[in-house]
Design a protein around this ligand. Sequence first.
Ligand SMILES: NC(=O)c1ccc[n+]([C@@H]2O[C@H](COP(=O)([O-])OP(=O)(O)OC[C@H]3O[C@@H](n4cnc5c(N)ncnc54)[C@H](O)[C@@H]3O)[C@@H](O)[C@H]2O)c1
Length: 248
Amino acid sequence: MPKFQDKVVVVTGGASGIGAAVANAFASEGAHVAVLDIKAPHGEQPFGMIRRYHCDVGDEGAVEAAFDRVTADCGAIEILVHCAAVLGLSGPFHELTLEVWKRYIDTNLTGAFLASRAAASRMVATGTRGRVILVGSVNSFASERFAAPYASSKGGIRMLTRSASIDLARYGITVNMIAPGPIATPATQERFDTPEVRQTIERVVPAGAPGKPADIAAAALFLASPDSGFVTGTDLVVDGGMLAQILS
Ligand SMILES: NC(=O)c1ccc[n+]([C@@H]2O[C@H](COP(=O)([O-])OP(=O)(O)OC[C@H]3O[C@@H](n4cnc5c(N)ncnc54)[C@H](O)[C@@H]3O)[C@@H](O)[C@H]2O)c1
């Protein structure tokens, strides 16, 4: 029996990389998966068990409309995995513009708020003991050069996870964050392939190489499964040991 037979799962950012692996993993376990992404074409495009919806997670009206549409098409939403984000470095702190700052915060942090609120409010209204899983980063814990907007947005997701988990625990809804280390995806592969970054990863990741999107999908399946029913308000770090070492 597939582990998530007929469960309704929303995956934001599911058109690429980690989100696509998460969407495929749930679909292969029997779930009805709705992918919300700016890359998806407008309108619903059924693809196997995966339906695709165009949605900018930073736009409140678009998020509410997409969640209503998914509910109408698939039924009550039981699981959210929020992966959508803009990645990358944005330059020295003292040269940052408000526009750049807002691009990361609006998509990554406000997007996480809007998607998790949309899921949680519907779960509470329908009495669904659901799962909210937010994808943060090792940058939720530690920053790096030129990364202030991205790391701030990911640090915010860590506290959003904790705050939401407290308010939603009484409804049987769990809220957790997955913190990936370097994972080879369309957003990162080119950078990881440069000799400089490859050597850095070999040095700072005890496992010696980037992880795979499937590693994050496996963590999402665990946090959505009955095995993790008493796990809430916490972080599952999937980083090949990167955060475990202080010097590298
Ligand atoms: N790849 C890594 O090394 C790594 C490490 C740590 C954390 N993460 C996190 O994992 C998640 C996925 O990253 P990835 O590497 O798969 O990136 P990716 O670029 O391959 O996928 C991100 C997806 O989000 C979508 N997206 C971007 N802005 C959006 C918006 N406003 N509304 C809806 N969708 C939007 C993109 O279209 C894309 O499909 C992100 O949250 C990222 O911060 C990735």
